[in-house]
Design a protein around this ligand. Structure first.
Ligand code: PLP
Length: 390
């Protein structure tokens, strides 16, 4: 028996595990200090009330013989796929319910999508970015090349004449930089993919944070995307579903490679490895896309965006930053030429603020730090005050 040798090509620890370990050690040594946790990208909650009621009603329904449901469809219930399709229509994107595949969150599919592609395909992944794309492809033994995201290109790299890729991951608004592509930028990627036959894996996990009407919230708002792009999205950040678990992936019918519709292959894959999302959760997700649920969810998003603006205002007085609008993330340059982990340690030990070192998101993240706006207003104001003290 041999274990997967590709584990050797992955970082020893998942980034957030390392941050958590350092934070726990500090807190154990200083039990009286109040830490302000601006690190991990988890929402503060609570769930929208409309979601709670829908999940409770669905659970009661399952408790009656005539309302009981066992295994559901691999691709998700029709009622939820229709609600998601209507949400897309409101964004100005045409996505048919049959093109939507419900899942237990975007993280799973961000990794699982690799099952569709040959191991020799070259993956092009922005650096810095959400670490799951790199780790999942390394685990599968797939070659990975990086797209440099830097202050010079506003952390929004574009394809150039030399760009080569079979699979391109894009994340907009980006985790960790908060940078979001405009239509022109996304069009450049769509044109690249349609010209070369590459497939774009577009992660729209933070689309709900876009308030600027000039920025697309779905890649399907860009002409040509339906023949080259798979879109991943989630209710985690829109409706505080991080602990409930529900997301969706879109495979347009026109997306074909090697003579096959990728959506059909995906359904085959799901039927083998996935048994669906629970009925109460899908009813809760449907409610999140309803009028009342969406209004409640948007209140929370607005609150986080206000938090981001407060943090950005404090940071802007002493450092360069990106994000802070259209995103829950603030990506700041570490002051005085400090390294990412050095500044992380400084904030933890001197200001009792837990952030995320940019270096954990890729080589280009060195010298940067990510703060998240998901905390309580009280914590955010306190963090802004502590940061402002210099
Ligand atoms: N995609 C990005 C870019 C994320 O930052 C995250 C979580 O932080 C996810 C996906 C995971 O979302 P989910 O909770 O749906 O698995």
């Amino acid at each position: 028996m041999k274990i997967n040798p590709n584990f050797a090509s992955m970082e020893r620890n998942y980034l957030f595990a390392e941050v958590a370990a350092k934070t726990a050690a500090y807190q154990a040594a200083h039990p009286d200090q109040r830490l302000l946790r601006m690190g991990i990208g988890d929402v503060a909650g609570p769930l929208p009330q409309a979601v709670v009621e829908a999940m409770a009603a669905a659970s009661r329904e399952m408790g009656r013989k005539e309302g009981f449901r066992g295994y559901g469809p691999y691709e998700g219930y029709g009622f939820l796929r229709e609600a998601i399709s209507a949400y897309y229509a409101d964004l100005g994107a045409q996505v048919d319910p049959a093109e939507i595949y419900v899942n237990d969150g975007a993280k799973s599919d961000a990794g699982n999508l690799g099952d569709l592609f040959d191991r020799d395909n070259l993956c092009l992944i922005p650096d810095p970015v959400y670490p799951v794309y790199v780790d999942a492809n390394r685990l599968a033994g797939r070659p990975v090349a990086f797209l440099d995201a830097t202050p010079e290109n506003g952390f929004l790299p574009l394809p150039g004449p030399e760009t080569r890729a079979d699979i391109v991951y894009l994340c907009s608004p980006n985790n960790p930089t908060g940078a979001a592509y405009d239509r022109q930028g996304l069009q450049a990627w769509v044109d690249f993919a349609n010209r070369t036959g590459a497939v774009l894996l577009y992660d729209a996990a933070y689309e709900a944070f876009i308030t600027d009407p000039g920025l697309p919230r779905s890649i399907y708002q860009v002409p040509g995307a339906k023949s080259c792009a798979i879109e991943l999205c989630t209710l985690s950040k829109l409706a505080s579903f991080t602990g409930v678990r529900c997301g969706y992936t879109v495979f347009p019918k026109g997306l074909r490679r090697g003579g096959q519709a990728l959506g059909e292959l995906w359904l085959r894959r799901q039927a083998t490895k996935f048994n669906g999302v629970s009925y109460p959760v899908q009813r809760g997700a449907e409610a999140a896309f309803g009028k009342e649920g969406l209004a409640q969810a948007r209140q929370a998003v607005k609150y986080y965006l206000e938090n981001a603006a407060i943090l950005a205002g404090a940071i802007g007085k002493f450092a360069r930053y990106w994000g802070g609008k259209n995103s829950p993330y603030i990506w700041m340059e570490c002051p005085k030429g400090m390294g990412s982990w050095e500044y992380f340690d400084f904030l933890l030990c001197e200001k009792q603020i837990v952030a995320t070192p940019g270096a954990g998101f890729g080589r280009n993240g060195e010298g940067f730090l990510r703060l998240t706006a998901f905390g309580s207003r009280e914590d955010v104001l306190e963090a802004a005050e502590r940061l402002g003290r210099g």
